[in-house]
Write a protein that binds this ligand. Structure first.
Ligand code: CS2
Length: 488
């Protein structure tokens, strides 16, 4: 692979000649390796005032690093046999919300802002998945309902930005969620309108009538950047870059094409603009993210630090293939896509030896991730008489990992918005049966249909028992039929 700096052709576009048209909330590694790259390609090819103003909700470091570099940074693309570097110039500057929310609200209310994109991770939404209503005791929601003019969380910030636009006689910006949530646009719309209604019914009606909240499916495996990321950029380009990110070659973005105020030509960078994102989103959440969670919990239990380590173990890799097939079996056909080929490609992506993706990173926030990745698809599989074994194993592995981390590291070892509940449940459970009971009864987490199913309960507890008594490898061997007896 070439190690040359792949700067977007410097002659083709001058970033300074393009104004910002997008505000992006959540300027983490994923945004910098994904949407900002598509926007860069669109700007380079088609121009337009579509540069991005980033908003960092908590950290100030990344805002400082990017602002010191005039918004420029590098993306290292790690191929199995080497790396390429790309310089990204679509980012204008970054606002650190923790230093003051006013500049953020002013950017949202600016007439030039036509799109607000979002990557804040699942737990920052504070929206109840089933009802679409806001979760009133979510910390940011609770704060923002009391201080709507000085919001601190995603929904409060969006609603205050929209209120200012309504009062100024502007159109609402289009809100584009890029988080791994099912029907993310539909969910966000419902949450924003519910929040607004609690403050001002006419505002809620105005948003309901005029607002646009397209859904999108995003995909690019992007491990957290480390000191090695910056060191490699320095070696490869000669540039010091404290905001560099590293990612895999694969990238996908499927977007519902509903942008009343226009959008960048994201298709130039390979985005797929469609009428209905849902089938793509199901495929990705269930096959990629579901397998990721399975890999993460088994990896944590087996002492494998990275996804690639789990995949280098043939039995674990066989199990992942088994889960990919079971997850694919829950999907509606998607014209033009062969799920078996998609699954084969996923296995290769997970195996990429150059991607150091920590199982502990993916294992975070299980209560936010398991529903769409595992629990809802397995309800469908149960109903249709399809295989449920690997889904049950994913849940057993989550439960066992929560127990192991509680016992070994205490509350601090559980990284989840419901860490207290998980820790209480896991640390007081003494065997597979009680661990299953305690964790599956966390309010609102498991669908009633699963709680009522003895088939499901037995499928999980049998696997959980085997993990607790004989370890993760034993359950993997049993599952893949390598041990004397498979698990049914
Ligand atoms: C991962 C995702 O951390 C996780 O939960 O499953 O971040 C995954 O890497 C991305 O969705 C890939 O597009």
């Amino acid at each position: 692979m070439s190690n040359a700096l792949l700067s977007t052709d410097a002659g083709a576009w001058d970033p300074k000649r393009h104004r910002a048209g997008i505000v992006h909330i959540g300027i983490g590694a994923f945004h910098r390796a994904h949407q900002a790259v598509y926007t860069d390609a669109a700007l380079a090819a088609k121009g337009g005032d579509w540069r991005i103003i980033g908003v960092s909700l908590r950290s100030t470091d990344i805002a400082d690093a990017l602002n010191d570099q005039d918004g420029l940074y590098h993306v290292i693309v790690r191929y199995p046999d080497g790396a390429k570097v790309q310089q990204i110039r679509s980012l204008s500057h970054v606002l650190a919300a923790s230093r003051g929310i006013e500049p953020v609200l002013a950017a949202l209310a600016a007439p030039a802002t036509r799109i607000v994109t979002i990557t804040v991770t699942e737990k920052a939404y504070g929206i109840d998945r089933a009802s679409g209503g806001i979760v009133a005791d979510h910390p940011a929601i609770a704060h923002d309902l009391h201080h709507p003019g000085e919001p601190s969380g995603l929904i409060g910030i969006l609603v205050e930005g929209l209120r200012r636009r309504r009062d100024a006689g502007l159109h609402p910006f289009t809100v584009l969620s890029c988080d791994n949530l099912p029907e993310n646009g539909v969910l966000l719309r419902a949450g924003v309108i519910d929040f607004a209604r609690r403050l001002d019914a006419t505002l809620a009606d105005w948003i309901a009538r005029n607002g646009a909240f397209p859904s999108s499916m995003v995909d690019r495996i992007t491990p957290a950047a480390t000191a090695k990321t910056a060191a490699d950029v320095l070696t490869l380009t000669g540039h010091e870059d404290l905001a560099a990110v590293e990612t895999e070659p694969f990238s996908q973005w499927v977007i519902e094409d509903h942008f009343p105020l226009g959008r960048p030509a994201w298709e130039i960078g390979g985005a797929l603009l469609v009428g209905d994102v849902k089938p793509y989103e199901h495929m990705k959440l269930r096959m990629l993210n579901g397998s990721h969670s399975l890999i993460a919990y088994l990896g944590v239990l087996a002492g494998y630090r990275y996804v690639r380590d789990v995949m280098a173990d043939p039995q674990f890799a066989a199990l992942v293939r088994q889960h990919l097939a079971s997850a694919a079996a829950t999907l509606e056909p998607l014209p033009g896509i062969d799920f078996a080929v998609y699954g084969d490609d996923l296995v290769e992506r997970f195996k990429n030896p150059e991607i150091a993706h920590e199982t502990r990173q993916i294992a975070m926030d299980g209560t936010e991730k398991l529903p769409q990745r595992i629990l809802i698809p397995v309800c469908e599989a149960l109903r249709d008489g399809k295989p449920i074994g690997s889904f049950a194993l994913a849940v057993a592995a989550w439960m066992a990992a929560m127990k192991m981390l509680s016992d070994q590291e205490g509350l601090a070892g559980i990284s989840d918005p419901r860490a207290h509940d998980i820790f209480d449940a896991a640390s007081t459970a003494s065997d597979a049966g009680s661990l299953y009971d305690h964790l599956s009864r966390l309010p609102g987490l498991f669908p009633g249909e699963l709680l009522a199913s003895t088939i499901w309960q037995q499928a999980v507890t049998r696997r959980l028992h085997l993990i607790l008594s004989s370890g993760a490898r034993a359950v993997v061997l049993a599952e893949t039929g390598v041990a004397d007896q498979g698990i049914s």
